[in-house]
Structures are given as C-alpha cells and as structure tokens.
Design a protein around this ligand. Structure first.
Ligand code: GUN
Ligand code: FE
Length: 427
C-alpha cells in the first residue's frame, strides 16, 4: 500500500443534502485512508506521486448493501412474476445448483468480474446454503480487491428438498463449520450471518443464529417486509407476531448487532420504530421492488426519522449490479411514490440518492463513502468526456448526468482502500 495524490474534479457528499465539489482539486491518500481534499497541494505532500486525472470526475466508491451472487445467472429473466412465485420458479432451483462446485466456479467468476468492472467498491452478498461454494465465492471476492461481506444462507423450511437444510441443527452446524473455515483466511472478505427470511427459517433456527451471533460477534442480514403476501405468510407462520421485525426481536436478533434488512417496503410505524431502535441498516432496492412488483419503500420517511439507509441492487430481483442505476431508480420511484401514494413525502433529490449510495451504505463498513480525512480510501475516476456537449454544466451536474448515462466503460480507475484495481492506462 502506498501514499499518493489524485488530481481531478472531486465530488463527494458533505451530508444528506449537500454535495461538496472541487474543480481541479487534490485528493490525498495515505496508506489506504483519505487525508482530505485541497485546492492546491500542501507542501507536506509535494514529493508524493501525483496521478493527474484532470477533467475527470473523482468520487467515492459506491456501496451495494444487498445482492445475491448465485442469482447473477438469471438476471433479466422471470420479470413477470411476483416474489414468492419467482423464488419457486427461478431462485430456488438455480441456487440448488451451487451444491456443485463445477457449476459454482465459473458463475461466481462471472459475477465477481462484473463487480470489479463496475462502480461498486463494497458489496454485501447472499451466497447460497452451501458451505463449499460460499467459501469459493469468498476466495474469489478476496482476490478481486473489493471489500465484501458474504453470507452462507440459512433456510430450514418452505424450500424444495434440493435446497432446504434438514433442520435447524443441521443448518447451524454447517454455519459453525463455515465460520471456522473462514476465520483468519481473509483481509477484506467478512462473514455475515444470513437467515434468508422468516418464511424460510424456523424459530429454532432463528434462535440458534442469534446464539451464533453472540458467540462470533458478526453482523446479520435478511429480508424484511418486502411484499404484502410475505407479511401475511409471516403472520400465519408466527401467530401473535405484530410484524416481521417482531420475529427477529423474539429470537434475540435485532438487538444491537450490526444488521442489514433488505427492502423494508411495507414497514408500519411500530416496525419502523423497532428498526430505528436497533440501528439496523435498510437496504433500499428500488429496481427489484419495481421489477417483481413488491412496492415502493418509504425512504423519505425513513430518512426523516433518522434510520440508516443504503442502496442495493438485489440481483436478480434487480437486473443491474451498478449502484449508479440504483441511484437513478431510487430517485425515479420516489417520484412515483410522491405522485401516487403520499404527496406528503417529497421525492428524493439526486444529492440525497448519491449520499445513500456512498456514506449511507458505507457507514455499515465504518468510515466509508466520503473523502473527509480519516475515511477509507475508496475512489472512482470517471471519464465523462463522452457526455459533454456545448452546454456548460457544473461539476454537480456532470456527476448527475454521469449517474444516469454512464456504464462500466466510463470508469477509468477504481481504488479500494488505497489500492488501484485497474492497470494504469498506457499513454
Ligand atoms: N426473500 C427471500 N429470498 C429472497 C431473494 O432471493 N430475493 C428477494 N428479492 N427476496 C427474497
Ligand atoms: Fe434479496
């Protein structure tokens, strides 16, 4: 790891509503951390290598708080189904194939290659209910240079025999073995406990996962309040529970451990209060929620009430892995929610969605998602030359345009914890 300076047109979120922009500025990285941005290079750093990206945008790396690596193979398919039908028709049969490492290997390679080429520097991943394939994915993520959490999925009910684990104890024992195998093996790839969602997990399994959480002190991820049918089903399976979050609380989860809950489309006031008290992160998956007709999550309300929110792709509920796409979709669906559901909640602005994509989700990883001094140095260098016209645009407008129009080919360089992922362009 090294210390260096990037020169270019720098943008990052000051807070949820304000972008900080600096044209032709200097961004200083020391041993994987940001030392901040400067209009002119301070004397202290005069001898450090300067990489000149003049006229290119430099922004923090984007964070995907929720995706499914084994579902990469069928993204863009089955888009006429709702969640529960889609799980049975596409998801479960596909995930069952990851028992076979010969199937898992090339397909995990494909998804990891896609992650590296795109704008996300941090990813929180559901693997499948298979220990060996999950470790294989973790090995590949470690190799990739990206920072990730990867979860071996727990599921002991309501799934086909080909995927469902025999009972809670079998699932927990396999999880223990996976945690032991992963311990000490990685520098930037972390395990995360992953009870799939309440319909797939008996209370015995949820209780056991809470116990493992206490023993290992690692975070937890799951799905919560994604669709109305799922919520009804959860109430049938757990009579007396007020909502989905109740089931986690009763099991001893959501009690302070770092937690990501994907979707949260339909949380009522009480469920929102429980999530806020626990400090859980909401992974907002706008493309998936639209694609499988789940609904429009009330992100404006969550932000107003001070919940932790980040953005997520939820492949293959969503089709695109890029969190630039999630930024655009978060803004678009918030407008529909304002117009069609609740005129009291104003649409998200671009600056707010960019904040969620960087600092919002980055906070799950610690000091991530900004260039303020002390933040881990995840940065993207973006070439927006292809979008320029005679029109004069501000730096903030260039960023907004890039988010809506770019694809992976426009990413010139990508740094994660201060390490460059792409070979330098030959000049
Ligand atoms: N709920 C339970 N499993 C899944 C999944 O794989 N994708 C989505 N979107 N929701 C889920
Ligand atoms: Fe999901």
């Amino acid at each position: 790891m090294s210390s260096f300076v990037l020169k270019g047109d720098i943008c990052y979120s000051e807070n949820a509503t304000t972008l900080h922009t600096l044209q032709g500025g200097y961004l200083v990285c020391a041993e994987g951390s940001s030392l901040g941005c400067f209009e002119s290079l301070p004397g202290l750093y005069q001898d450090w290598p300067v990489y000149d990206y003049s006229n290119k945008l430099i922004i923090p790396g984007l964070v995907d708080l929720h995706t499914h690596a084994p579902q990469f193979t069928f993204r863009g398919l089955g888009t006429d189904l709702e969640l529960l039908e889609w799980l049975n028709a596409y998801t479960f049969p596909e995930e069952a194939r990851y028992r076979d490492l010969a199937y898992a290997e090339p397909n995990y390679q494909a998804v990891v290659r896609n992650f590296v080429a795109g704008p996300n520097t941090r990813v929180v991943i559901f693997a499948s209910a298979h220990t060996e394939a999950t470790l294989l994915l973790m090995d590949q993520m470690e190799q990739s240079g990206l920072v990730s959490y990867v979860g071996r999925v727990n599921m002991d009910r309501n799934a086909p025999d080909s995927l469902r684990e025999a009972d809670a104890e079998v699932s927990l024992q396999a999880t223990r073995e996976w945690l032991v195998a992963a311990a000490g093996r990685y520098r930037r790839t972390y395990p995360i406990l992953t009870p799939r969602f309440v319909p797939c997990c008996t209370n015995a399994l949820m209780n056991g996962i809470a116990k493992l959480q206490g023993e290992w002190n690692i975070p937890v991820q799951s799905h919560l309040a994604e669709t109305l049918k799922e919520i009804e089903w959860v109430k049938e399976l757990n009579p007396g529970c007020r909502h989905n979050a109740d089931v986690f609380v009763n099991a001893g989860l959501l009690g302070g451990a770092a937690t990501i809950m994907a979707h949260c489309v339909w949380c009522d006031e009480d469920e929102t209060r429980v999530l806020k008290q626990s400090g859980a992160f909401i992974a907002h998956c706008p493309q998936s929620n639209a694609n499988i007709s789940s609904g429009i999550a009330p992100i404006r309300r969550y932000m107003r009430e001070g919940l932790n929110v980040g953005l997520a792709s939820d492949v293959a509920g969503g089709m695109q892995t890029s969190i630039f796409r999630a930024i655009a979709d978060a803004v678009v669906v918030s407008k529909l929610r304002w117009r069609l559901v609740d005129t009291g909640d104003m649409p998200l602005t671009f600056a707010e969605a960019f904040y969620l994509a960087t600092i919002g989700g980055g906070a799950f990883f610690g000091r991530v998602g900004s260039f303020r001094p002390g933040y881990e140095f995840d940065a993207l260098v973006l070439d927006d030359e292809a979008f320029s016209t005679s029109r004069t645009v501000t730096l903030a407008e260039r960023l907004e345009r890039f988010a809506y129009l770019s694809d992976d080919r426009h990413i010139a360089q990508k740094y994660v914890r201060g390490e460059a992922l792409f070979a330098p362009a030959s000049t």
